[in-house]
Design a protein around this ligand. Structure first.
Ligand code: AMP
Ligand code: MG
Length: 410
């Protein structure tokens, strides 16, 4: 079996996925969801000219010569709280007390904050003074947030394929988008396989280990916007594997993700079972960790089989599953941000594309990476200590300290 490059394996997987369908959800349920259509502004933002300070709305020209030594006295003709539409127009020599966010009254073209007046009380319940002395000149437009300064009507604010961040929900609320068209969460059936696996709360037995992959992978999936269908552990028996795959099919999963049983071993029934109702290819990918990988489909549902070693499963998720989920979830770009970091020590590789666990820290303005421990694929602690994966390209067997390499921050 020849080795597939990481890029080729990823391309083959990605070409298989199409975005899941869309649904319309209340805005409050849309955090992290991927937009299924562009959002166009139906109004301007701000909706109206308003004050950015608690202060006095006035004619800037009236304040031109004002100073603490030579204050200017203005007649206060209105009191404008936030949420009220002013009914008076401000004439020369006049002012209106105004609160932050309140609409600017006609006539006024600037706001002078209370700090620059002799009426410094901000309590809205307190009556406005009859006159106010101002100590400072205001420029026209000062402390005024003009209507439409942020957003124009008809402007595309967010594009299809964008995952909604908290601040995006805020702008959607400002625009009155009470319901939003977003993609479903991809439903991912997750299973572990192996006779050696025990549940986390089961008493230890000799020769057995605890199933850790299902916890790590479920959390990675959820963090990537998937709904996880936890199927548990399949024993190394034909019927056990088949029972869980049938469950995944019954639950109408969009993806089946398993770990272990992909290296060609005597007790691996996964291939046999999947091929009874689909197909499964066993790949050897030119990467470390995580060389063995299985990809196929079961009853029409895409199937990705990650290696069993905990670090291999994690890296395989980042390299293959995260982009596949992105495509499935409707994301326009699922590309991870690659940062350049400087090696704090020499590193070695075997020439496969290597994903090294490292701790990246800023030292004198430079991002410096040091390996976070033993790089064996079963050594989960070094991944626990890591905050980055360094990517050493295929064909490179060693890299000296100070060399710059690509990294994914975790
Ligand atoms: P396999 O891919 O089945 O050859 O497994 C490779 C290694 O990963 C073995 O040491 C397994 O015991 C270990 N392993 C497999 N599945 C899990 C799991 N769910 N949690 C932790 N370790 C696992
Ligand atoms: Mg196994």
């Amino acid at each position: 079996m020849s080795l597939l490059s990481v890029a080729e394996a990823r391309e083959r997987i990605l070409s298989y996925f199409e975005p899941v369908a869309a649904e319309t959800l209340p805005l409050a349920e849309c955090a992290g969801r991927v937009l299924a259509g562009d959002v166009t502004a139906s109004t301007e933002l701000p909706l109206f000219d308003n004050s950015s300070m608690d202060g006095f709305a006035l004619h800037a020209a009236d304040s031109a010569a004002a100073s603490p030594e030579a204050p200017r006295r203005l007649r206060v003709v209105a009191d404008i709280p936030a949420g009220a539409q002013p009914t008076v127009s401000i004439a020369a020599g006049e002012a209106a007390r105004i609160m932050t966010g309140a609409p600017l009254p006609d006539g006024a073209d600037a706001v002078l904050p209370v700090e620059d007046t002799d009426f410094q009380n901000r309590v809205a319940g307190l009556p406005a003074p009859e006159h106010v002395r101002i100590f400072k000149a205001a420029r026209p437009g000062e402390n005024v947030r003009p209507r439409g300064m942020d957003v124009h009507t008809g402007e595309v604010i967010l594009r299809a394929g964008h995952a909604l961040k908290p601040q995006d929900l805020g702008v959607l609320a400002m625009l009155g988008e009470a319901r939003v068209n977003v993609h479903h969460k991809p439903r991912v059936a997750l299973l572990s396989s192996g006779d050696e696996l025990l549940a986390v709360d089961a008493p230890l037995e000799s020769g057995k280990i605890r199933d850790s992959n299902s916890y790590t992978l479920a959390a990675l999936l959820e963090g990537a916007g998937a709904e996880v269908l936890r199927l548990g552990v399949a024993a190394d028996r034909r019927e056990a594997v088949e029972a869980l795959l049938e469950k995944a099919a019954a639950l109408q999963a969009d993806l089946i993700l398993s770990s272990a049983g992909v290296s060609v071993g005597a007790f691996d029934f996964v291939k046999e079972v999947v091929e009874a109702r689909g197909r499964l290819d066993f790949w050897r990918v030119n990467m470390r960790p995580g060389k063995p990988l299985a990809f196929g489909e079961y009853r029409g549902i895409p199937f990705i089989g990650l290696p069993g070693n905990p670090v291999s499963a994690f890296v395989g998720f980042e390299v293959f599953v995260r982009p596949a989920l992105g495509r499935l979830g409707g994301l326009k770009t699922a590309e991870r941000l690659t940062v350049r970091v400087r090696l704090g020590e020499a590193v070695e590789s075997d020439g496969r594309e290597s994903y090294l666990r490292a701790e990246v820290r800023e030292e004198a303005g430079v991002l410096v990476a040091r390996l976070s421990g033993h790089q064996g694929s079963g050594n989960l602690l070094s991944l626990v200590r890591a905050n980055a994966l360094l990517i050493i390209p295929a064909g490179v067997k060693s890299a000296p300290a100070y060399q710059e390499v690509d990294a994914w921050m975790l």
